[in-house]
Design a protein around this ligand. Structure first.
Ligand SMILES: [Ca+2]
Ligand SMILES: [Ca+2]
Length: 217
């Protein structure tokens, strides 16, 4: 198939765009309580982590609902424009025989309080333990609206789009739980190809996708 100079230029542009989508994720230490201090105990003033970066944004926190030293952790961050939150990977969870509760709200405050077995006001939540180690828990949080034990959450299907989100890490027992979470962002799937199809013609775009993606395998 012959392609014109304009089409060739667009090939180079498209190659650059696709390369940016496939760049390896970087591990970024956004917050580690052993270094940065305790996350806020007050949901109305959650610790502001700022904007997430592209790649893996790592957070490590220790929390407990102990009667002697209670410590819940609230934080908020922004998923900036051009990025979406694809996954939350549970990278570590100790001790192994404990459980914890994570929840997310939209906005920069976490004002939800339990008033019974009802999650109305939450975007999503999850009961989590070591059995979910090295798995994505964002999709599970999004299915919380289907829970019969605490119905009412809004629910969602990942990725979460650009916006402000607030989180609550809570443990129901005396012993502190320590977790590391990787908040994984990426550039949303390209609509660019669709636009280029209109410019190049379906045959040319299909040719490009076949050859560019074949190169990446
Ligand atoms: Ca803490
Ligand atoms: Ca705290």
């Amino acid at each position: 198939m012959n392609i014109t100079r304009l089409q060739f230029t667009l090939v180079l542009m498209l190659t650059g765009v696709l390369s940016s989508f496939s760049a390896p994720a970087q591990a970024i230490a956004v917050w580690n309580e052993s270094v940065n201090g305790d996350l806020s105990d007050n949901g109305l003033i959650p610790t502001d982590l700022g904007q997430l970066q592209r790649g893996n944004n790592s957070l490590t926190a220790t929390f407990s609902l102990g009667q002697t030293i209670p410590d819940t952790d609230y934080f908020t961050f922004e998923v900036p424009s051009q990025l979406s939150l694809e996954q939350i990977i549970l990278k570590s969870f100790t001790p192994e025989d404990e459980g914890a509760f994570f929840a997310v709200q939209t906005g920069n405050v976490f004002d939800f309080v339990f008033t019974g077995p009802n999650a109305t006001g939450l975007l999503g939540w999850i009961d989590v333990g070591q059995e979910r180690l090295n798995t994505d828990i964002l999709d599970d949080m999004g299915r919380a609206n289907l829970s019969p034990s605490a119905p009412g959450a809004t629910g969602f299907t990942p990725p979460l789009p650009t916006g402000q989100y607030s989180f609550w890490l809570r443990q129901g027992g005396e012993r502190p739980v320590t977790v590391t979470l990787d908040f994984v962002t990426s550039v949303p799937e390209p609509s660019t190809i669709v636009g280029l199809e209109a410019i190049l013609g379906l045959g040319s775009a299909a040719f490009l996708k076949r050859n560019i993606f074949r190169k990446k395998v």
